[in-house]
Design a protein around this ligand. Structure first.
Ligand code: UGA
Length: 434
């Protein structure tokens, strides 16, 4: 099939590449000429496991091409994916200027039937707005479909190729049939393609992300309570998670959720509620609790150093908002580092992928270690902010040799409390310390 993808950010690039992988002819459009040139030369502009292999293969096969011309993209595809940014507005709502701007152009440029697919996470009612924006100038038939994506960074290729479900929000049989044909190769396993109205599809995405953020936040509150009463959140988590109605996943407590999706989507759904005079109390709490949770290690660190961190050397392991990405948007590490600097500490950080991004953001207010153990030299304490695999089984003997004193504040509960005591560490984590 002939497909075009407008916007080559994270979602657009993964979608375009994976759609090419199943034999479709895909043209990706982006206004950033420099980026388009780099992609044409085979350079993948984001870090995402396995994407590079698929990217190269499909470019070589001629199934994946790039252009800055929206007209060219529109001419090519029968199905046109909109994968455009929906940044957070000052009031927390999603800003639709890019989506509606492109919709306006599409109306002017379109010369034959197209299915326009909203792939970005957009508020309820956006497909109506897109429809209206295109209609203004349209001289031919078209349909607008909502098809939210459920990709996780770090697993995006796998999630796209083997989705648990495909949501198709469509009022047109013609458009639904084309979407089903396009996605058929991805659900050979029998996973469902669920067809519903556009508004329900749009809300499904927000509801799913907000529910997951709430699940994590609930567990973070249980963890905080565990500390007050001397319970162990790991045991509670396992005890709860074995109830299949609850499930084991997304119950891991820590120093809060981050990333480009959960924080933005929870706020946007809360704001959408306000717009129709509905107060999402639960989401309001989730937002507040998560903000505080990012600082959950700070009182512990302050208590250990009797409130005085001036001139203390703190090593930080993990800067990305989660492992397997270089993304630092809304990362808990940034809040932790900010607090440490405010307290007068000197910070040396290490992350396998995200150091360049943090360097760009924080300049030389902190130091960076090229290797993980480098962040521990003469350190008064180590603070762990991201659960990268390389931190899970470190050389504790070497760590003790390098550090001024064996002290770890672990925001992601990587190690066994009893084991750390027997290794001779002062070790504090989340929800497991009395
Ligand atoms: C999330 C959703 O999981 C995807 O389904 C969705 O498609 C995506 O948002 C999106 O809207 O595009 P992502 O932001 O890549 O994906 O990351 P997650 O793996 O969901 O992690 C989000 C945050 O929650 C991370 O900061 C992570 O550390 C935290 N988390 C996750 C926990 O604190 N505890 C857990 O048990 C799980």
């Amino acid at each position: 099939m002939k497909v075009s993808v407008i916007g080559t950010g994270y979602v657009g690039l993964v979608s375009g590449t994976c759609l090419a992988e199943t034999g479709n002819d895909v043209v990706c459009v982006d206004i950033d000429a420099d980026k388009v040139k780099r992609m044409q030369g085979g350079e993948v502009p984001i870090y995402e496991p396995h994407l590079d292999v698929l990217f190269e293969r499909n470019i070589e096969a001629g199934r994946l091409t790039f252009t800055t011309s929206l007209a060219e993209g529109l001419e090519h595809g029968e199905i046109i994916f909109l994968a455009l940014p929906t940044p957070e507005d000052e009031d927390g709502s999603a800003d639709l200027k890019y989506v509606l701007g492109v919709a306006d152009q599409i109306g002017k440029l379109m010369t034959s039937y197209k299915v326009i697919v909203d792939k970005s996470t957009v508020p309820v009612g956006t497909s109506e707005k897109v429809y209206a924006a295109i209609s203004k100038n349209a001289r031919c038939e078209f349909d607008v479909v909502s098809n939210p994506e459920f990709l996780r960074e770090g697993f995006a290729v796998d999630d796209f190729l083997k989705p648990e479900r495909i949501i198709i929000g469509s009022a047109s049989e013609r458009a639904t049939d084309l979407m089903k044909k396009l996605y058929k190769p991805f659900v050979r396993s029998g996973n469902p393609m669920i067809v519903m109205d556009e508004k329900s599809a749009e809300l499904t995405k927000y509801a799913a992300n907000s529910f997951l953020a709430t699940k994590i936040t609930f567990m973070n509150e249980i963890a905080n309570f565990c500390e007050k009463v001397g319970a162990d959140v790991d045991k509670v988590r396992i005890g709860m998670g074995t109830d299949s109605r609850i499930g084991k996943r997304f119950l891991f407590p820590g120093i809060g959720y981050g990333g480009s999706c959960f924080p933005k989507d929870v706020k946007a759904l809360y704001k959408s509620g306000k717009d129709v005079d509905y107060n999402f109390q639960i989401l309001d709490s989730v937002i507040q609790v998560n903000q505080n949770q990012k600082k959950a290690l700070i009182p512990k660190i302050k208590a250990f150093f009797s409130g005085d961190l001036k001139g203390k050397h703190i090593g930080v392991w993990g800067l990305a908002f989660k492992p397997e990405t270089d993304d630092i948007r809304e990362a808990s590490s940034l809040v932790v580092i900010d607090e440490l600097l405010k307290l007068g500490a000197e910070v040396t950080a290490f992350d396998p992928e995200a150091m360049d991004n943090v360097k760009r953001k924080l300049g030389d207010s902190i130091s960076f270690a090229p290797r993980m153990y480098g962040a521990l030299e003469e350190a008064d304490a180590l603070v762990i902010c991201t659960e990268w695999g390389v931190f899970r089984n470190p050389n504790f003997t070497l760590m003790k040799e390098l550090m001024k004193q064996p002290v770890i504040f672990d925001g992601r509960n990587l190690y066994d409390v009893a084991e750390m005591a027997s290794e001779g560490f002062h070790y504090e984590s989340i929800g497991r310390d009395k």
